[in-house]
Design a protein around this ligand. Structure first.
Ligand SMILES: NC(=O)c1ccc[n+]([C@@H]2O[C@H](COP(=O)([O-])OP(=O)(O)OC[C@H]3O[C@@H](n4cnc5c(N)ncnc54)[C@H](OP(=O)(O)O)[C@@H]3O)[C@@H](O)[C@H]2O)c1
Length: 289
Protein backbone atom coordinates (compact mmCIF):
# COMPACT_ATOMS: atom_id res chain seq x y z
CA UNK A 1 0.00 0.00 0.00
CA UNK A 2 1.56 3.26 -1.17
CA UNK A 3 0.50 6.25 1.00
CA UNK A 4 1.02 9.50 -0.88
CA UNK A 5 0.14 13.17 -0.38
CA UNK A 6 -3.26 12.77 -2.06
CA UNK A 7 -4.19 9.45 -0.40
CA UNK A 8 -7.68 9.70 1.15
CA UNK A 9 -7.93 8.69 4.80
CA UNK A 10 -10.74 6.57 6.27
CA UNK A 11 -10.86 5.22 9.79
CA UNK A 12 -12.72 3.97 12.84
CA UNK A 13 -13.24 5.75 16.17
CA UNK A 14 -13.80 3.55 19.23
CA UNK A 15 -12.80 2.72 22.78
CA UNK A 16 -11.34 0.12 22.93
CA UNK A 17 -10.18 -0.19 19.32
CA UNK A 18 -7.11 -2.44 19.31
CA UNK A 19 -9.12 -5.58 18.45
CA UNK A 20 -11.24 -4.03 15.70
CA UNK A 21 -11.33 -6.12 12.54
CA UNK A 22 -12.44 -3.17 10.41
CA UNK A 23 -8.93 -2.01 9.37
CA UNK A 24 -8.13 -5.52 8.13
CA UNK A 25 -11.17 -5.83 5.89
CA UNK A 26 -11.23 -2.25 4.58
CA UNK A 27 -7.52 -2.19 3.74
CA UNK A 28 -7.88 -5.56 2.01
CA UNK A 29 -10.68 -4.07 -0.13
CA UNK A 30 -8.60 -0.95 -0.87
CA UNK A 31 -5.61 -3.07 -1.95
CA UNK A 32 -7.72 -5.36 -4.09
CA UNK A 33 -9.41 -2.44 -5.89
CA UNK A 34 -6.06 -0.60 -6.07
CA UNK A 35 -7.62 2.73 -5.05
CA UNK A 36 -5.92 5.63 -3.29
CA UNK A 37 -7.29 5.21 0.25
CA UNK A 38 -6.07 4.01 3.63
CA UNK A 39 -8.17 2.95 6.67
CA UNK A 40 -6.76 3.67 10.14
CA UNK A 41 -7.96 2.75 13.68
CA UNK A 42 -8.21 5.70 16.13
CA UNK A 43 -8.50 5.14 19.88
CA UNK A 44 -10.97 7.87 20.85
CA UNK A 45 -12.00 8.15 24.51
CA UNK A 46 -15.56 9.41 25.17
CA UNK A 47 -14.24 12.71 26.57
CA UNK A 48 -12.33 13.34 23.33
CA UNK A 49 -15.17 12.50 20.95
CA UNK A 50 -16.23 16.12 20.16
CA UNK A 51 -12.64 17.09 19.25
CA UNK A 52 -12.13 13.90 17.25
CA UNK A 53 -15.28 14.61 15.21
CA UNK A 54 -14.11 18.17 14.52
CA UNK A 55 -10.85 16.61 13.36
CA UNK A 56 -12.64 14.79 10.52
CA UNK A 57 -13.35 18.11 8.79
CA UNK A 58 -10.21 19.84 10.07
CA UNK A 59 -7.92 17.15 8.67
CA UNK A 60 -10.05 16.27 5.67
CA UNK A 61 -10.70 12.60 6.45
CA UNK A 62 -12.98 11.13 3.77
CA UNK A 63 -15.09 9.26 6.31
CA UNK A 64 -15.04 7.14 9.45
CA UNK A 65 -16.83 4.33 11.19
CA UNK A 66 -17.92 4.93 14.76
CA UNK A 67 -18.12 2.01 17.15
CA UNK A 68 -18.66 1.25 20.85
CA UNK A 69 -19.23 3.41 22.91
CA UNK A 70 -19.83 6.38 20.58
CA UNK A 71 -22.67 5.31 18.28
CA UNK A 72 -25.37 7.38 20.01
CA UNK A 73 -23.35 10.20 21.54
CA UNK A 74 -21.81 11.11 18.18
CA UNK A 75 -25.16 12.26 16.78
CA UNK A 76 -25.05 15.67 18.48
CA UNK A 77 -21.75 16.56 16.76
CA UNK A 78 -22.85 15.87 13.17
CA UNK A 79 -24.36 18.25 10.60
CA UNK A 80 -27.04 15.79 9.54
CA UNK A 81 -28.11 12.16 10.00
CA UNK A 82 -30.13 9.75 7.87
CA UNK A 83 -33.74 8.92 8.66
CA UNK A 84 -32.64 5.42 9.63
CA UNK A 85 -30.11 6.79 12.14
CA UNK A 86 -32.75 9.13 13.57
CA UNK A 87 -35.14 6.19 14.09
CA UNK A 88 -32.70 4.08 16.07
CA UNK A 89 -30.56 6.91 17.50
CA UNK A 90 -27.37 5.31 16.20
CA UNK A 91 -24.63 6.22 13.75
CA UNK A 92 -21.84 3.87 12.67
CA UNK A 93 -20.76 5.65 9.48
CA UNK A 94 -19.81 9.30 8.91
CA UNK A 95 -19.29 10.63 5.41
CA UNK A 96 -17.41 13.92 4.95
CA UNK A 97 -19.23 15.70 2.12
CA UNK A 98 -17.14 18.82 1.42
CA UNK A 99 -16.69 19.50 5.14
CA UNK A 100 -20.28 18.65 6.13
CA UNK A 101 -20.51 15.52 8.25
CA UNK A 102 -23.38 13.14 7.49
CA UNK A 103 -24.14 10.22 9.80
CA UNK A 104 -25.81 6.97 8.79
CA UNK A 105 -26.10 3.45 10.13
CA UNK A 106 -25.27 0.36 8.10
CA UNK A 107 -25.83 -2.21 10.88
CA UNK A 108 -29.46 -2.98 9.93
CA UNK A 109 -28.87 -3.10 6.16
CA UNK A 110 -25.70 -5.14 6.81
CA UNK A 111 -27.74 -7.64 8.81
CA UNK A 112 -30.38 -7.98 6.08
CA UNK A 113 -27.86 -8.23 3.23
CA UNK A 114 -25.80 -10.87 5.04
CA UNK A 115 -28.83 -12.98 5.96
CA UNK A 116 -30.26 -12.70 2.45
CA UNK A 117 -26.94 -13.71 0.90
CA UNK A 118 -26.99 -16.87 3.02
CA UNK A 119 -30.69 -17.78 3.17
CA UNK A 120 -32.56 -15.77 0.53
CA UNK A 121 -35.30 -13.24 1.22
CA UNK A 122 -36.65 -12.87 4.77
CA UNK A 123 -39.54 -10.56 3.84
CA UNK A 124 -42.63 -11.14 5.95
CA UNK A 125 -41.08 -13.72 8.28
CA UNK A 126 -41.87 -13.97 12.00
CA UNK A 127 -38.79 -13.13 14.04
CA UNK A 128 -37.80 -13.47 17.67
CA UNK A 129 -35.10 -10.99 18.62
CA UNK A 130 -33.22 -11.81 21.82
CA UNK A 131 -31.96 -8.58 23.40
CA UNK A 132 -33.07 -4.95 23.21
CA UNK A 133 -29.79 -3.02 23.05
CA UNK A 134 -28.22 -1.06 20.19
CA UNK A 135 -27.84 -3.92 17.74
CA UNK A 136 -31.34 -5.25 18.54
CA UNK A 137 -32.77 -1.87 17.53
CA UNK A 138 -30.87 -1.91 14.24
CA UNK A 139 -32.01 -5.47 13.46
CA UNK A 140 -35.61 -4.86 14.56
CA UNK A 141 -36.08 -1.73 12.41
CA UNK A 142 -34.46 -3.44 9.41
CA UNK A 143 -36.74 -6.49 9.74
CA UNK A 144 -39.81 -4.31 10.29
CA UNK A 145 -38.97 -2.44 7.09
CA UNK A 146 -39.31 -5.69 5.11
CA UNK A 147 -42.66 -6.51 6.70
CA UNK A 148 -41.64 -8.98 9.42
CA UNK A 149 -43.62 -9.64 12.58
CA UNK A 150 -41.32 -9.29 15.56
CA UNK A 151 -41.18 -10.39 19.20
CA UNK A 152 -38.44 -8.66 21.20
CA UNK A 153 -37.42 -10.71 24.27
CA UNK A 154 -35.03 -9.10 26.70
CA UNK A 155 -33.69 -9.81 30.20
CA UNK A 156 -34.84 -6.32 31.22
CA UNK A 157 -38.40 -6.43 29.91
CA UNK A 158 -38.83 -2.63 30.10
CA UNK A 159 -36.23 -2.16 27.34
CA UNK A 160 -38.07 -4.66 25.11
CA UNK A 161 -41.30 -2.73 25.65
CA UNK A 162 -39.55 0.56 24.76
CA UNK A 163 -38.13 -0.92 21.56
CA UNK A 164 -41.57 -2.19 20.56
CA UNK A 165 -43.09 1.25 21.26
CA UNK A 166 -40.49 2.71 18.90
CA UNK A 167 -41.42 0.20 16.19
CA UNK A 168 -45.13 0.92 16.65
CA UNK A 169 -44.52 4.64 16.05
CA UNK A 170 -42.89 4.04 12.66
CA UNK A 171 -44.47 0.87 11.26
CA UNK A 172 -47.92 -0.73 11.22
CA UNK A 173 -48.79 -1.25 14.88
CA UNK A 174 -49.93 -4.69 16.03
CA UNK A 175 -47.08 -6.62 14.37
CA UNK A 176 -44.70 -6.30 17.32
CA UNK A 177 -44.64 -7.75 20.82
CA UNK A 178 -42.38 -7.60 23.87
CA UNK A 179 -41.40 -10.39 26.26
CA UNK A 180 -38.94 -11.30 28.95
CA UNK A 181 -36.32 -14.02 28.60
CA UNK A 182 -37.98 -16.50 30.97
CA UNK A 183 -38.24 -20.06 29.72
CA UNK A 184 -42.06 -20.06 29.79
CA UNK A 185 -42.26 -16.93 27.67
CA UNK A 186 -39.84 -18.39 25.15
CA UNK A 187 -41.80 -21.69 25.08
CA UNK A 188 -44.92 -19.66 24.20
CA UNK A 189 -43.24 -17.80 21.33
CA UNK A 190 -40.82 -20.27 19.78
CA UNK A 191 -43.16 -22.64 17.85
CA UNK A 192 -44.55 -19.68 15.86
CA UNK A 193 -41.19 -18.26 14.89
CA UNK A 194 -39.20 -18.65 11.61
CA UNK A 195 -36.13 -16.64 12.58
CA UNK A 196 -34.26 -16.22 15.90
CA UNK A 197 -31.68 -13.45 16.15
CA UNK A 198 -29.39 -13.28 19.17
CA UNK A 199 -28.34 -9.70 19.79
CA UNK A 200 -27.29 -10.26 23.41
CA UNK A 201 -23.68 -10.79 24.35
CA UNK A 202 -24.55 -14.20 25.82
CA UNK A 203 -22.15 -16.84 24.45
CA UNK A 204 -19.43 -14.33 23.63
CA UNK A 205 -15.85 -15.13 24.57
CA UNK A 206 -14.95 -15.98 27.38
CA UNK A 207 -18.54 -16.97 28.26
CA UNK A 208 -18.52 -19.61 25.50
CA UNK A 209 -20.68 -22.27 27.20
CA UNK A 210 -23.64 -19.94 27.67
CA UNK A 211 -26.64 -19.88 25.35
CA UNK A 212 -29.41 -17.24 25.30
CA UNK A 213 -32.28 -19.76 24.81
CA UNK A 214 -32.70 -23.28 26.22
CA UNK A 215 -31.42 -25.55 23.38
CA UNK A 216 -34.45 -27.84 23.65
CA UNK A 217 -36.65 -25.00 22.34
CA UNK A 218 -34.79 -24.86 19.03
CA UNK A 219 -36.46 -26.67 16.11
CA UNK A 220 -35.39 -27.71 12.60
CA UNK A 221 -37.57 -25.15 10.76
CA UNK A 222 -35.66 -22.23 12.34
CA UNK A 223 -33.14 -19.86 10.87
CA UNK A 224 -30.82 -18.87 13.72
CA UNK A 225 -28.64 -15.78 13.42
CA UNK A 226 -26.17 -15.15 16.24
CA UNK A 227 -24.64 -11.65 16.05
CA UNK A 228 -21.80 -12.89 18.24
CA UNK A 229 -18.73 -14.00 16.24
CA UNK A 230 -16.16 -14.63 18.96
CA UNK A 231 -15.98 -17.62 19.18
CA UNK A 232 -16.67 -18.19 15.49
CA UNK A 233 -18.87 -21.19 16.38
CA UNK A 234 -20.99 -20.10 19.35
CA UNK A 235 -22.89 -22.59 21.43
CA UNK A 236 -26.16 -21.23 19.97
CA UNK A 237 -24.95 -21.90 16.41
CA UNK A 238 -23.72 -25.38 17.39
CA UNK A 239 -27.00 -26.34 19.13
CA UNK A 240 -29.12 -24.94 16.29
CA UNK A 241 -27.21 -26.99 13.71
CA UNK A 242 -27.38 -30.06 15.96
CA UNK A 243 -31.19 -29.94 15.88
CA UNK A 244 -31.25 -29.51 12.09
CA UNK A 245 -31.81 -25.74 11.94
CA UNK A 246 -29.76 -23.44 9.68
CA UNK A 247 -27.50 -21.08 11.60
CA UNK A 248 -24.92 -18.36 11.05
CA UNK A 249 -22.69 -16.19 13.21
CA UNK A 250 -22.12 -12.41 13.15
CA UNK A 251 -19.02 -12.31 10.94
CA UNK A 252 -21.02 -11.91 7.79
CA UNK A 253 -22.96 -8.93 9.27
CA UNK A 254 -19.64 -7.37 10.24
CA UNK A 255 -18.46 -7.68 6.64
CA UNK A 256 -21.67 -6.41 5.04
CA UNK A 257 -22.09 -3.39 7.34
CA UNK A 258 -18.47 -2.52 6.51
CA UNK A 259 -19.07 -3.09 2.80
CA UNK A 260 -22.03 -0.69 2.77
CA UNK A 261 -19.94 1.99 4.58
CA UNK A 262 -17.12 1.41 2.09
CA UNK A 263 -19.48 1.96 -0.83
CA UNK A 264 -20.79 5.21 0.75
CA UNK A 265 -17.25 6.61 1.08
CA UNK A 266 -15.61 5.45 -2.13
CA UNK A 267 -18.42 4.86 -4.61
CA UNK A 268 -16.80 1.51 -5.47
CA UNK A 269 -18.61 -1.81 -5.10
CA UNK A 270 -17.07 -3.53 -2.08
CA UNK A 271 -15.35 -6.88 -2.79
CA UNK A 272 -17.24 -8.95 -0.21
CA UNK A 273 -15.26 -12.17 -0.60
CA UNK A 274 -11.93 -10.31 -0.31
CA UNK A 275 -13.12 -8.65 2.93
CA UNK A 276 -14.40 -11.98 4.29
CA UNK A 277 -11.17 -13.74 3.48
CA UNK A 278 -9.11 -11.02 5.20
CA UNK A 279 -11.15 -11.38 8.38
CA UNK A 280 -11.03 -15.16 8.41
CA UNK A 281 -7.28 -15.06 7.86
CA UNK A 282 -6.84 -12.64 10.78
CA UNK A 283 -9.06 -14.66 13.10
CA UNK A 284 -7.21 -17.82 12.10
CA UNK A 285 -3.89 -16.11 12.74
CA UNK A 286 -4.78 -14.56 16.09
CA UNK A 287 -7.38 -16.81 17.68
CA UNK A 288 -6.58 -20.22 16.32
CA UNK A 289 -10.04 -20.67 14.72
N1 LIG B 1 -21.86 -9.01 14.04
C1 LIG B 1 -21.90 -7.71 14.11
O1 LIG B 1 -21.62 -7.00 13.12
C2 LIG B 1 -22.35 -7.08 15.39
C3 LIG B 1 -22.78 -5.73 15.39
C4 LIG B 1 -23.18 -5.18 16.61
C5 LIG B 1 -23.16 -5.96 17.78
N2 LIG B 1 -22.74 -7.24 17.73
C6 LIG B 1 -22.71 -8.08 18.95
O2 LIG B 1 -24.01 -8.04 19.53
C7 LIG B 1 -23.93 -8.09 20.95
C8 LIG B 1 -24.72 -6.94 21.56
O3 LIG B 1 -24.20 -5.69 21.15
P1 LIG B 1 -25.01 -4.33 21.45
O4 LIG B 1 -24.19 -3.23 20.86
O5 LIG B 1 -26.44 -4.48 21.06
O6 LIG B 1 -24.91 -4.26 23.06
P2 LIG B 1 -25.84 -3.50 24.11
O7 LIG B 1 -26.50 -2.32 23.48
O8 LIG B 1 -25.00 -3.30 25.30
O9 LIG B 1 -27.01 -4.57 24.47
C9 LIG B 1 -26.68 -5.76 25.13
C10 LIG B 1 -27.92 -6.66 25.21
O10 LIG B 1 -27.50 -7.92 25.74
C11 LIG B 1 -28.32 -8.23 26.87
N3 LIG B 1 -27.54 -9.01 27.82
C12 LIG B 1 -26.28 -8.75 28.25
N4 LIG B 1 -25.88 -9.70 29.12
C13 LIG B 1 -26.92 -10.57 29.24
C14 LIG B 1 -27.12 -11.77 29.98
N5 LIG B 1 -26.18 -12.27 30.79
N6 LIG B 1 -28.30 -12.42 29.85
C15 LIG B 1 -29.26 -11.94 29.03
N7 LIG B 1 -29.13 -10.81 28.31
C16 LIG B 1 -27.98 -10.13 28.41
C17 LIG B 1 -28.77 -6.90 27.42
O11 LIG B 1 -29.93 -7.07 28.20
P3 LIG B 1 -30.36 -5.98 29.34
O12 LIG B 1 -31.09 -4.90 28.60
O13 LIG B 1 -31.22 -6.76 30.26
O14 LIG B 1 -29.08 -5.49 29.97
C18 LIG B 1 -29.02 -6.13 26.11
O15 LIG B 1 -30.27 -6.48 25.55
C19 LIG B 1 -22.43 -8.08 21.27
O16 LIG B 1 -22.03 -9.42 21.46
C20 LIG B 1 -21.79 -7.51 20.02
O17 LIG B 1 -20.46 -7.99 19.83
C21 LIG B 1 -22.31 -7.82 16.56
Amino acid sequence: MNVLGHTKVLGVFGDPIAHSLSPVMHNAAIRWLNIDYIYVPFHVLPKNLPEAIKGISAMGLAGVNVTIPHKEQVIEYLDEISERSAQIRSVNTIVNVDGRLRGDTTDGPGFIRSATAEWGKLDGCKALILGAGGSAKAVAFALAEIGCEIIVANRTRRRAVELVEGLNQVFEAGKFGAAGLSEQELIDEMPEVDLVVNTTSVGMHPDVDSIPVPPELLHPRLLVYDLVYSPVRTRLVAEAEKCGARAMNGLSMLVYQGAISFEMWTGFQAPISVMEEAIHKTLGDTRGQ
